[in-house]
Write a protein that binds this ligand. Structure first.
Ligand code: 5GP
Length: 124
């Protein structure tokens, strides 16, 4: 089955400037912004600007430049938010994909969560 990108999703609308966001960092290929309903004191979403549905779509189809920029930006977010292991106490990075991953917004995003101990990784 092919990856199908729906450009009416809320993050596509944020990227088009139709909906405001609280930007943490922005580059040519990547945008990072605060989650509207934070699950932790630090909860930032890192998204590619390109039309990718999920982690596996992005990792298999994006250009090297997009993939490098995405990860460098995510690392910069960790530093900027004070959760990097370089200077802080750590974080959890999560990405949900599709129905079984319980993905709400069908535009690839990495959640960076921190500012408190994050507990168990998944419910049993
Ligand atoms: P998912 O369940 O797809 O992994 O996560 C989607 C995330 O997007 C949720 O944590 C949700 O709070 C966040 N979110 C949904 N709509 C908006 C919005 O309009 N703005 C921002 N900043 N975050 C949103």
């Amino acid at each position: 089955m092919a990856y199908t990108y729906d450009d009416t999703n809320i993050f596509a609308r944020i990227l088009r400037g139709e909906i405001p966001n609280k930007t943490v960092l922005e580059t040519d290929h990547t945008l990072a912004f605060h989650d509207i309903a934070p699950s932790a004191p630090v909860h930032v979403l890192v998204i590619p600007k390109g039309p990718y549905v999920s982690f596996d779509h992005f990792a298999s189809a994006a250009s090297d430049a997009e993939i490098v920029d995405f990860h460098r930006t995510a690392a910069s977010v960790c530093t900027k938010m004070g959760v990097s292991l370089d200077t802080g106490q750590g974080f959890r990075a999560i990405t949900n994909a599709g129905e079984n991953g319980v993905q709400e917004v069908p535009h690839y995003h990495l959640h960076i969560l921190g500012g408190r101990p994050m507990g168990r990784m998944v419910a049993k």
